[in-house]
Design a protein around this ligand. Structure first.
Ligand SMILES: Cc1cc2nc3c(=O)[nH]c(=O)nc-3n(C[C@H](O)[C@H](O)[C@H](O)COP(=O)(O)OP(=O)(O)OC[C@H]3O[C@@H](n4cnc5c(N)ncnc54)[C@H](O)[C@@H]3O)c2cc1C
Length: 748
């Protein structure tokens, strides 16, 4: 029976599939194989096992991490003047650089055995998030050495000698790293780089050794102007066959000390007026010995795999933490400002137009931070989460953009006028940085999330592809027979699941007993099945052409991302003890996500080139789909959660009312507390229809209450005020010459 099936059914399909599936380049295979899949694979399966989600341990700080957070992190925040960094000195002050080195901020991911702090992903994320609320320039300075760069690459791939030499020096800041991949020719398409290295003999410390002669011109490189060691990606060639038969060895990563002859660093870019160190770096005929290749000569040509692997961790932490900081700060400050600022004799937070922004802000802050926690939990299990990291990078920074836009709209003129007390503009300026770096969002959304997810997170797709790529024809058919029929079984089950759940509106779809959140789990189970079936229809009808259908792939990536973020929000609600008071934000996040999922699926189907498949798919997945955006009542409930002080507000805004307050936020917090305290008194005045002075005369108000009202008014005036400058002050701000960084001076 099996051999009959193999011969007469599998074989023709095998031949057809080989034709439609384009051969993967080595670079593509390496990118696809880097990292691993986790909870997103359950969502992709069409039938997520919710017990697996609930079994994931909620991340917490160890006592040592907590002490670091309460000590050096808070002290660092107190030392930072973000306005001064961005507008006056164009750099962190020397004492802050020293503080970062002394306390090993650059060695958070380096193991203790090599002198680092060996912090968890969660601690790393908490620290970056907290510093981001104070200063993006400081946060980026801390995040880069701990993300993609020599530290992570050496940790994962370095030889023992390299680790022993470099890691302790990176951990205590004796060496400052940068990572150079991007060049003018090669941005998203790193494979297009022309920076090259040629194997040759050369002089190294007075001896002739085998090594590499490098030439490069990189740009946009963070920390490059001050780095002492550059992790460099280049294309390695061996034209004279000095280390083997391959001439074009491929992308390779090596460590290049920046004091070598021919290296030029020091020039700077100005990234969106956010003055962290960033600039070009060039090298002309720079010679390094072969053992400077990260991982040693056997890792020559494996640079792309190494980069993808290193990105899988860092991309899930750095920018998502900065994004979550911006979302939480937007929610926190906008809720408070909406309560303080009055127009038409009412706090603006009482107007529906403002509430519609606040409601969304509350839900995004809740859900996105939940996704950050879940991702850190996965990374702390030691997993290299490539698809999830891409989801987090793109969506935390997209949501950062919408949160800051909402916050800016609500604050209006107050947010537009620049100055030390404007707590939103620095984050607004940082939005395009977050969206661009570590994989620009459009390419991440359109190609990576579904492109990599569909192959890695699908239960059978990778097996199918591996079978088709197998060179031995008999073995290939054998492997394909197994994977194909497992796939067919999966698709058949998924078809009935998706259809059944669609016809019943998901009412009987699997869900854990999760109290009031149970219906949300059921809906996610419903859409997970619809998603899995749609993915199979896409593979069947588009085959290899799916790679080029970026609009479809982008929407499929969005659905997977929405499911991931919503499932994280469900887990958060569970982990935090199923607080009834937080239910509105969970429900808002759920309705929004489910609506987005439904409309993205509708658009995928509407644009499916195979019309027969579109008709069938619509019938199987979308009957009775009526998911709506959150209604006005729920929106007001969520808005009020940011407007009124409560434990829920503190949870949503991530305790930003405590510590690490940037200029302007501290006075906002004091004013908010005063306005809330005085609310009963102000209501008494409103009910009586009197001004404070009239109320005092009428005996409705005491002297003490009147002076409290004056104190409140003083704070309100401070909050509503914006910065202004005399011509002399302005003149002092702008012609200031660029100060030299200590390491630049030393180099001269
Ligand atoms: C402030 C800053 C710091 C940085 N730090 C570093 C660093 O430390 N080290 C380093 O090596 N690099 C760094 N970069 C570079 C960064 O990673 C790149 O800017 C990024 O990868 C995009 O490259 P690009 O800007 O050349 O855009 P391009 O690649 O030219 O892309 C332009 C647009 O096209 C889109 N696009 C490209 N290809 C596709 C496709 N196939 N499908 C759909 N859309 C596509 C992109 O998403 C983007 O929107 C930094 C950049 C900035 C701005």
């Amino acid at each position: 029976m099996t051999s009959f099936r193999k011969r007469f059914v599998t074989k023709p399909i095998h031949a057809w599939a080989k034709g439609v599936l384009p051969a993967l380049s080595e670079t593509e295979s390496e990118a696809l194989n880097a990292g691993e899949v986790w909870w997103e694979a359950e969502l992709f399966s069409g039938n997520p096992d919710w017990s697996k989600l609930h079994a994931i341990k909620k991340p917490t700080l160890s006592p040592e991490e907590q002490a670091f957070f309460d000590g050096p992190v808070q002290d660092l925040c107190d030392m930072i003047d973000d306005w001064k960094i961005n507008q006056e000195t164009a750099d962190l002050p020397p004492e802050v650089w020293q503080f970062l080195r002394d306390h090993k901020f650059f060695g958070m991911i380096i193991p203790k055995s090599h002198g680092g702090l060996a912090f968890s992903a969660f601690a790393h994320s908490e620290i970056v998030r907290f510093i981001s609320t104070r200063s993006v320039a400081a946060a980026v300075t801390v995040m880069v050495p701990n993300s993609l760069g020599p530290g992570e690459l050496l940790h994962q791939f370095g030889t023992d000698d390299q680790k022993d030499y470099w890691l302790p020096r990176l951990a205590d800041g004796r060496e400052l790293p940068a990572f150079g991949l991007t060049s003018a020719e090669a941005g998203s398409d790193a494979g297009a780089m022309v920076d090259d290295g040629v194997i040759c003999n050369g002089q190294w410390k007075g001896e002739e050794v085998l090594g590499i002669r490098l030439n490069w011109a990189k740009r946009y490189i963070t920390l490059s102007p001050v780095c002492t060691v550059l992790g460099l990606a280049f294309k390695l060639r061996d034209p004279d066959g000095l280390i083997g038969e391959t001439q074009d060895i491929g992308i390779t990563c090596a460590l290049v000390p920046t004091d070598l002859d021919g290296v030029e660093t020091g020039r700077r870019h100005i990234p969106s007026s956010t003055m962290f160190m960033n600039g070009p770096t060039t090298g002309k005929d720079v010679f390094i010995p072969l053992d400077h290749i990260i991982g040693g000569p056997e890792y020559a040509g494996k640079g792309w795999m190494m980069l993808m692997s290193a990105l899988a961790a860092g991309r899930g932490i750095s920018l998502p933490s900065m994004g979550c900081a911006a979302i939480a700060l937007s929610a926190h400050t906008t809720g408070a400002y909406a309560r303080i600022r009055q127009q038409f004799n009412l706090p603006i937070g009482k107007f529906g137009g403002i509430q519609s922004r606040l409601g969304g802000l509350a839900a995004d802050a809740y859900a996105m931070d939940a996704a950050r926690h879940l991702t850190c939990a996965g990374l702390d299990e030691g997993r290299a989460l490539s698809v999830i990291s891409a989801i987090m990078k793109a969506h935390a920074t997209y949501k950062m953009r919408s949160a800051i836009n909402d916050a800016m709209d609500v604050h209006s003129g107050k947010a537009v006028i620049d100055g030390p007390s404007n707590y939103l503009l620095p984050l607004y300026r940082a939005v395009p940085i977050g969206i661009t770096v570590e994989g620009a969002n459009i390419v991440t959304r359109s190609l990576i999330i579904f492109g990599q997810g569909s192959i890695r997170a699908h239960p059978h797709m990778l097996d199918n592809m591996l079978a088709l790529q197998e060179k031995d024809p008999d073995k290939s058919l054998e492997m394909f027979d197994k994977s194909l029929w497992a796939h067919v079984g999966h698709t058949t089950k998924t078809l009935f699941r998706a259809w059944g759940r669609a016809l019943t509106g998901g009412r009987f779809a699997p869900a854990p007993d999760a109290g009031k959140a149970t219906p949300i789990y059921r809906q996610l189970s419903r859409w997970s099945a619809a998603y899995a079936l749609t993915a199979d229809f896409l593979f069947l009808t588009l085959g290899g052409a799916l790679k080029r259908e970026e609009m479809i792939s982008g929407r499929m990536g969005d659905i997977l991302s929405e499911m991931y973020i919503l499932s994280a929000a469900l887990k958060r609600w569970d982990d935090e003890g199923r607080q009834d008071a937080d239910l509105p934000v969970l429900q808002y996040a759920a309705q929004n996500a489910l609506h987005n999922i439904q409309s993205a699926l509708d658009s995928v189907i509407a644009n499916l080139p195979a019309r027969w498949a579109a008709v069938v798919l619509r019938m199987l997945t979308l009957p009775g789909a009526t998911t709506r955006k959150p209604d006005d009542r729920l929106t007001v409930q969520c808005s009020d959660l940011l407007y009124e002080p409560s434990a829920t507000r503190d949870r949503i805004t991530g305790d930003l009312h405590k510590g690490c307050q940037r200029n302007g936020v501290d006075v906002l917090n004091s004013c908010y507390a005063k306005v809330v305290e005085m609310a009963p008194v102000m209501k008494r005045l409103r009910d009586a229809g009197k001004t404070p002075q009239q109320a005092l005369t009428a005996g409705i108000l005491s002297d003490a209450e009147l002076s409290e009202i004056h104190a409140m008014q003083t704070l309100v005036d401070q909050v509503v005020a914006v910065d202004d400058y005399t011509p002399d002050e302005l003149a002092a701000l702008f012609p200031a010459p660029e100060p030299k960084h200590p390491t630049q001076e030393a180099a001269e």
